[in-house]
Write a protein that binds this ligand. Structure first.
Ligand SMILES: CC(C)(COP(=O)(O)OP(=O)(O)OC[C@H]1O[C@@H](n2cnc3c(N)ncnc32)[C@H](O)[C@@H]1OP(=O)(O)O)[C@@H](O)C(=O)NCCC(=O)NCCS
Length: 263
């Protein structure tokens, strides 16, 4: 029990730069009080002391402004910052190291019994005022922006913002998507040519794909203009690149790799 308490306090130091010492965290963090009361309420709920569990949950709400249904499953090092106005529904499931800010709702959109609240995997952060509604999963490490309304699954590591929640594509992701598109067009696997690859050859291929993408765009523009002027210069198809050619290259490279290992 004391181990869990220590862990809870440490999780506050990791996620709130304003926290100064353990005594302050123990006495001045309503998120901590709500979690501890929830643990008691959840034990009562599981042992079929349902009414008593609801009373404990209601006491926690009265004390902290955080309403956690005693049936909700909560993992370790859960951190609720500020807290007021949080609602966590009965069938919500929360993994380890999850952070919620004030005003978050993990709610349902139907009155049917059964799973109707979201599942937050490990390390999810939900910004102030966000509403996450429905029985879907927010993948590990995902972030939900403040005031977003999310009603669909969020992939692991993604960031969802706005109403309705949309996934932000960072500029690096956009470059990567373009590279993948042009590599697929050329007929070979684009995996392994991302910007963060340490392999200089792969990085060079990445740069070439960017350049090809730019040339491709410019040619398309020129062809469009020529067609408008009545030319049929761009009417013919370009010769196709066939997968088999790259398969041969791949086989050859793999064979060389095996030879090198044997050698
Ligand atoms: C969603 C969030 C995690 C994104 O952080 P990030 O990955 O660093 O993303 P950025 O700040 O680079 O923003 C990326 C884009 O999303 C937009 N964006 C960020 N947060 C947003 C939000 N809550 N709603 C709408 N759009 C948002 C930015 O304007 C930016 O748009 P642009 O690319 O058109 O310029 C963060 O903005 C957030 O809301 N965190 C919650 C913090 C919180 O609730 N704190 C309460 C403390 S009391």
């Amino acid at each position: 029990m004391f181990e869990r308490l220590r862990e809870d306090i440490q999780s506050v130091f990791h996620r709130d730069p304003a926290a100064r010492n353990a005594f302050e965290v123990l006495t001045c963090y309503p998120g901590m009080h709500a979690i501890w009361l929830h643990r008691l309420g959840h034990i009562l709920w599981r042992n079929n002391w349902k009414w008593l569990a609801r009373v404990v949950s209601n006491f926690g709400r009265w004390l902290t402004g955080i309403e956690i249904h005693p049936g909700a499953k909560v993992g370790r090092r859960f951190f609720i910052d500020h807290g007021m106005g949080i609602v966590i529904g009965e069938t919500a499931e929360i993994g380890n190291d999850v952070t919620l800010y004030q005003g978050v709702t993990l709610g349902g959109t139907s009155w049917n019994k059964g799973k109707r609240h979201p599942t937050l995997e490990d390390g999810v952060v939900v910004g102030a005022g966000a509403k996450v509604l429905g029985p879907f999963t927010v993948g590990a490490g995902a972030k939900i922006g403040s005031n977003a309304v999310v009603t669909k699954a969020v992939p692991a590591g993604a960031t969802a913002v706005g109403i309705p929640g949309r996934i932000i594509v960072k500029s690096d992701d956009a470059v990567e998507a373009k590279r993948k598109a042009i590599a697929e067009k050329l007929g070979f696997d684009a995996y392994g040519v991302s910007e963060d690859m340490p392999d200089p050859v792969a990085r060079a291929i990445g740069q070439l794909l960017d350049h090809l993408q730019a040339v491709d765009g410019r040619l398309e523009g020129m062809c469009g203009a020529l067609t408008k002027l009545g030319s049929d210069y761009c009417a013919g198809e370009l010769p196709e690149l066939r997968d088999e050619v790259f398969d041969c290259v791949k086989d050859d490279t793999e064979a060389k790799g095996v030879e090198a290992k044997v050698g």
